[in-house]
Design a protein around this ligand. Structure first.
Ligand code: TXA
Ligand code: MG
Length: 356
């Protein structure tokens, strides 16, 4: 299949004329990748089971992993769900449109092909103007997982999408690099106490400020045993996995750098090609003699964790191209946005974590 690529001139003000063809493809059962404020999504009509099947095929994704239905306005919610809990009303008011997905009991309109056989449905209203306008023009809820091949880091630019999806889908809408860089926070609002199933830019602290009691799926925090059942089925897969063997090092900045230097030195001595992921603030802890023999990349500024989230997947993708055998990566405090960052890094490292 030939994949068409269009570029939006002004991503803050997309013109309807630019998005009409993409909307028509979605309406008629085709696949369109498009930017959102979190990562690029791979969209299809969420009410069309055949279209959902094509998403799984294009991504090479297991079909028990449910999709998020994206809507353009609050009126899009009622037809998809059988109940709107009180907590959800508060969350919508505070964080929609934005990087928050909620799990609701599904209505009959939503096919099991979209929900991976579950009685619940995940719904999100993106704030990105291109995503929002595209969904509105399509006139249908849009099921959209991240637009990567299953197992690869999520795409944060249209070029990333192109690498994975060229020839597999009808169209890529290029709206430039995304803002946030990690996927939306997922909150299950079907139970007594809201539960976070995936941390994101709407942080645990923000949720607790608004709602008081909020739980977090224990599967997010600890390494998962093979028989554990995380509530978001997607969380059980070894996502975001770089090709190289990655180790995450946690601790105080200087101690982390020291430990990484040691480990990198050992791997170099074994003849391995080594990558190091650091930050602007810690770069100077790595001696020139080591930097010369390894590939060192900074993910951004510790003092501005949003820069780390923004660059995280691009750095992992770059390392996939750089043919290194092992990567040593600095950790971050597991609070606020750091929780989402550490969740993705921990998974990329297959839970291989060393305390400095
Ligand atoms: O930021 C995002 O959410 C991006 C953009 C494109 O919107 N989308 C995204 O989709 O990350 P995806 O498919 O890569 O991740 C969806 C996650 C999976 O872990 C899936 O298991 C979980 O949401 N999920 C979907 N429906 C669910 C449900 N009914 N119950 C529990 N978890 C669900
Ligand atoms: Mg994904």
């Amino acid at each position: 299949m030939e994949t068409k690529r269009i570029t939006i001139k002004d991503r803050e003000h997309p013109q309807d004329g630019e998005l009409r063809e993409a909307a028509e493809i979605l309406r008629t059962g085709g696949l369109v990748a498009f930017p959102t404020e979190t990562v690029y999504g791979l969209g299809a009509n969420a009410l069309d089971e055949e279209a959902a099947k094509r998403i799984y095929a294009a991504k090479g994704r297991p079909s028990d992993n449910p999709l998020i239905a994206h809507i353009a306005g609050e009126s899009g919610l009622a037809p998809l769900v059988s109940r709107i809990p009180e907590a959800a009303k508060k969350l919508m008011e505070a964080f929609w449109p934005g990087p928050l997905t909620m799990i609701f009991p599904k209505s009959e309109a939503v096919p099991y092909g979209t929900t991976g056989g579950l009685e619940t449905v995940a719904v999100r209203m993106p704030s990105d103007p291109v995503a929002n306008r595209l969904i509105a023009l399509a006139g249908v809820p849009v099921a959209a997982p991240s637009a990567n091949t299953s197992g690869r880091p999520s795409p944060t630019t249209a070029d990333h999408v192109w690498e994975d999806m060229n020839g597999r889908i009808e169209m890529v809408v290029d709206g430039g690099p995304v803002g946030i860089g990690v996927e939306s926070t997922i909150v299950d609002v079907t139970g007594e106490v809201p539960m976070v199933l995936r941390p994101g830019a709407i942080t645990m602290e923000m949720l607790r400020d608004l709602l008081g009691e909020v739980e977090i799926d224990p599967a997010i925090i600890g390494p998962m045993s093979p028989d554990a059942h995380p509530k978001a089925p997607g969380m059980k897969y070894r996502h975001y996995a770089p090709k190289a063997d990655m180790t995450l090092v946690e601790g105080e900045p200087e101690a982390m750098a020291e430990t990484i230097c040691l480990l990198a030195g050992e791997s170099l001595a074994q003849g391995k090609r080594v990558g190091v992921i650091c930050t602007e603030e810690t770069r100077h802890f790595y001696p020139e003699s080591l930097m010369e023999k390894t590939v060192v990349r900074s993910m951004g500024q510790r003092a501005k964790e949003e820069t780390i989230a923004h660059n995280l997947y691009a750095v992992l993708r770059e390392f996939d191209e750089l043919d290194v055998d092992c990567i040593y990566c600095e950790g971050f405090p597991r609070t606020e946005l750091g929780q989402a960052i550490m969740n993705r890094l921990t998974k990329a490292a297959g839970h291989k974590i060393i305390q400095a």
